[in-house]
Design a protein around this ligand. Structure first.
Ligand SMILES: Cc1cc2nc3c(=O)[nH]c(=O)nc-3n(C[C@H](O)[C@H](O)[C@H](O)COP(=O)(O)OP(=O)(O)OC[C@H]3O[C@@H](n4cnc5c(N)ncnc54)[C@H](O)[C@@H]3O)c2cc1C
Length: 363
């Protein structure tokens, strides 16, 4: 069976990896890489503190965080370096003490079904500085030891190397010719559309209306020659700002959520410097970085901010996922794995009807 995956972000790369474990499958990935959200992501995996009321979304997000344990174990067993994922913990801040205590209570409740959260406690600034020196700007934080950070670009590279399938770097179209699926002059039996924010462009030539919109996201990576940042926890104040330490002295600061910029990928100095100023209030050392670089990508979101996946209505053998929004690095691997289950007719871990594709894709 010949399977095409269009899109090599987190969803497509995970699908490629798990499909490559099946016998008698010939998998090809097509990915332009342009504007990819996965490469631009901040990489925080910590869904348990979300106040969103959408239960189906929360189930997907908490199971998505859990699924990293499986993904990392599978890649390790296949002999791959998995340092792209590290549970270095998180400090969460709230302006009001009561909000902090309420959030701690919520997380303690959620820990019963999600032990991955790990240790949960209120810590004073002085305590937090022992694991993330030079912090300031708050008295107390919630610490959760099981929260993780992921290098999106490294993760997809690892998955695609492990899949060992051809990855063709170009923009492609899906065509339906005499009942066959044609992509880049090749015929495929089954197709996965993992095109993120570009699903409307993929499906509208085939007569579909797709409820997916682009959201621009920008962040900055700061590099410090003299800091050993590998074990620093993530710092998540209220609002858009997050401070995410990675290995080798890299600390990322982001990210913007811009709904009115379409697919624009130009860097906006005003937004990036605004985030830097906000970050200085908590980590003044940011202004001493030896160098910095910016990243920008396009997230996909739907009118009710819910992700979806499944078989494209009336296109037997064509599966799609999109609308992963701000939490797609958390949910993406699980969605990719579930798409593979659907394509192979196997049991899936999520209830597909909870994320109904027909609500977002209409012929
Ligand atoms: C700045 C920023 C910060 C974020 N931070 C976090 C975070 O901390 N935690 C979290 O959980 N999530 C985060 N996210 C969200 C997460 O990154 C995305 O939801 C997720 O990566 C989406 O994955 P995807 O595979 O659906 O799409 P993408 O990663 O966008 O991949 C889609 C790919 O398809 C390709 N493509 C599209 N059309 C075609 C075509 N016609 N032909 C060939 N290729 C095509 C694109 O070029 C792209 O490479 C962040 C996103 C951004 C932008």
């Amino acid at each position: 069976m010949k399977v095409a995956i269009i899109g090599g972000g987190i969803v497509g790369a995970t699908a490629a990896y798990y499909l490559s474990k099946e016998n008698d499958l010939d998998v090809t990935v097509f990915d332009s890489g342009h504007g990819q959200a996965t490469k631009a992501a901040a990489g925080i995996i910590s869904p348990w503190f979300s106040k969103r009321r959408n239960k189906a979304w929360y189930r997907m997000a908490r199971l998505g965080a859990d699924f990293y344990q499986t993904l990392v174990a599978d890649l390790k067993a296949d002999g791959f370096d998995t340092s792209f994922y590290q549970q270095s913990g998180i400090y969460l801040l709230k302006k009001k003490e009561k909000s902090l205590k309420d959030l701690l209570e919520l997380a303690q409740e959620r820990r019963q079904e999600s032990p991955l959260i790990g240790d949960l406690e209120l810590v004073a600034l002085e305590e937090a500085k022992k694991t993330f020196p030079d912090l300031q700007g708050f008295d107390q934080a919630i610490f959760a030891s099981g929260a993780a950070r992921v290098e999106g670009a490294e993760l997809t590279q690892t998955l695609l190397s492990a899949a060992a399938c051809p990855v063709i770097e170009k923009v492609v179209k899906l065509e339906l010719v005499d009942g066959a699926y044609l992509i880049d002059n090749q015929v495929f039996d089954k197709v996965i559309l993992a095109t993120g924010a570009w699903l409307p462009q993929m499906l509208s030539p085939l007569g579909y209306k797709v409820d997916v919109r682009p959201q621009k996201g920008q962040l900055t990576d700061y590099f410090f020659d003299d800091l050993e940042t590998s074990d620093y926890p993530v710092l998540m104040p209220e609002g858009e700002l997050d401070i995410i330490p990675f290995t080798a002295g890299k600390i990322s600061v982001g990210a913007s959520h811009e709904n009115d910029k379409g697919y624009d990928l130009t860097l906006d100095d005003a937004i990036l410097s605004g985030l830097e100023v906000e970050a200085q209030a908590f980590f003044p050392k940011i202004s001493e970085a030896n160098r910095k670089q910016h990243r920008v990508g396009t997230r996909a979101y739907t009118s009710d901010f819910s992700p979806f996946y499944g078989q494209v209505p009336d296109l037997s053998g064509v599966f799609a996922a999109s609308g992963l929004g701000s939490s797609g690095l958390t949910t993406g691997p699980l969605i990719g794995h579930n798409l593979v289950g659907l394509l192979l007719g196997k049991e899936t871990s999520l209830e597909t009807s909870d994320y109904p594709i027909e609500n977002y894709i209409e012929k």
